[in-house]
Design a binder for this molecule. Structure first.
Ligand code: PMP
Length: 379
């Protein structure tokens, strides 16, 4: 039987104890039993978000939490900054436009990170900007934004800083309170090692003032309802009960491991993956200065079709990596090292990549990629 190894940037692999938790019989949500679970989940999430702010659980994928951020913070005609350095940065702009906000878009070349000075320059001259939307880990390019540096330029202005941490939370550091980030959104199916269906949004007191005054239409994602319900350890609508229960398994695992240890472990996996790619004669897509430990975007030689690499790895060998999006279609592959992935998963993925690249005509000595990764993992 073929394996099903997911080295994709979400959904990620689900460890056995979380699978077992997902298989438990359903309980009703308006009960003290579920309240216990909800309370524990929110406390555990605060640890991962590194915040004392409120966190609300939404029954949606990550984009639902992004939409909740936009419609709760802004009113039609408001001013906002978005940073577009990839597909998910573009999503912030699209969401803003859907709610009648024409954003001031900072375009960043794909593969590079935003220079916080560009954000500062706009904020200095447009004091009426209400929100700045950025992406912590731009999953389409493998770029990491320096959230701390961006927070430094937004912190003392009227604007709130909103961070899409859908793929990065629990994988790379994000100190919501220490850095002064106002809103962080994330989701269940990446660093949290759960199925998709649950999203999270944490909101500071400064940002909640905007939630209370926004004139945008909202119902399901109205965070005023979430706040009111949370005061009674409840949710306004039927939550994804099973995923919330399994989330507690995930949070226990994360706590036991320790956030810093987890970040170090993902950094090691990323380093091994990058060294393997280089040994195979491939280059890394993002700039050296903003490499992601969440996923590695690898540039392929012109003669190798990335779509074929992805298809053969998945359909012939049962190993999933992601292809490129938009203009990067066929040109890069993205290997994720987030969630429940270890060194041997990465080595397996590299071994398979070597075989497929050789098959597609790329020349190198078989085994050099694995040796390079192994060298990182052994030291
Ligand atoms: N932002 C980022 C950085 C992501 O990686 C993703 C998912 N790939 C999303 C937003 C959107 O999340 P979803 O597909 O869960 O709606």
């Amino acid at each position: 039987m073929k394996r099903n190894l997911l080295l994709t940037p979400g959904p990620t692999q689900i460890p056995p104890e979380i699978c077992a938790a997902l298989g438990r019989p359903i309980i009703h949500h308006r009960t003290p039993q579920f309240q216990e679970n909800l309370k524990e989940a929110v406390e555990g999430l605060k640890h991962v978000f590194q915040t004392k702010n409120d966190i609300y659980l939404l029954t949606s994928s990550g984009t639902g939490a992004m939409e909740a951020a936009v419609c709760n913070l802004l009113s039609p005609g408001d001013k906002a900054i978005t940073v577009e350095g990839g597909k998910f940065g573009e999503r912030w702009s699209e969401l803003c436009r859907s709610y009648g906000v024409e954003p001031d878009v900072i375009k960043v070349t794909w593969g590079k990170a935003v220079d916080p000075a560009r954000i500062k320059k706009i904020l200095d001259t447009h004091k009426d900007i209400k929100a700045v939307f950025i992406t912590q880990s731009e999953t389409s390019t493998g770029v990491t934004t320096d959230v701390e540096a961006v927070a430094r330029v937004v912190r003392d202005t009227n604007a709130v800083l909103v961070v899409d941490a859908v793929s990065g939370l629990g994988v790379i550091d994000l100190q919501m309170d220490n850095w002064g980030v106002d809103v962080v959104v994330s989701a269940s199916h990446k660093g949290f090692m759960l199925p998709p269906g649950l999203a999270f949004i944490s909101v500071s007191a400064k940002a909640f003032k905007l939630v209370e005054t926004s004139k945008s239409p909202r119902y399901y994602f109205d965070l005023r309802k979430s706040k009111e319900a949370m005061a009674d350890v409840d949710t306004p609508f039927t939550p994804a009960i099973g995923i919330v229960i399994a989330l507690n398994e995930s949070l226990r695992r994360i706590k036991q491991e320790g956030l810093q240890n987890l970040f170090a472990c993902y950094a090691r996996l990323a380093s091994g993956t990058r060294e393997a790619a280089k040994a195979l004669g491939l280059s890394i897509f993002p700039d050296e200065s903003c490499l992601s430990n969440v996923l590695t975007a690898v540039k392929l030689p012109a003669e190798v079709d990335g779509n074929k690499v992805v298809k053969i790895m998945r359909d012939t060998y049962g190993i999933s990596v992601a292809g490129g999006q938009d203009t990067l279609k066929g040109k890069i592959i993205r290997i994720a090292h987030m969630g429940c992935v270890d060194e041997y998963d990465i080595l397996t993925g590299i071994a398979c990549l070597e075989k497929v690249l050789l098959k597609l005509g790329h020349k190198f000595t078989p085994g050099v990629g694995i040796a390079a990764a192994q060298k990182v993992f052994i030291t």
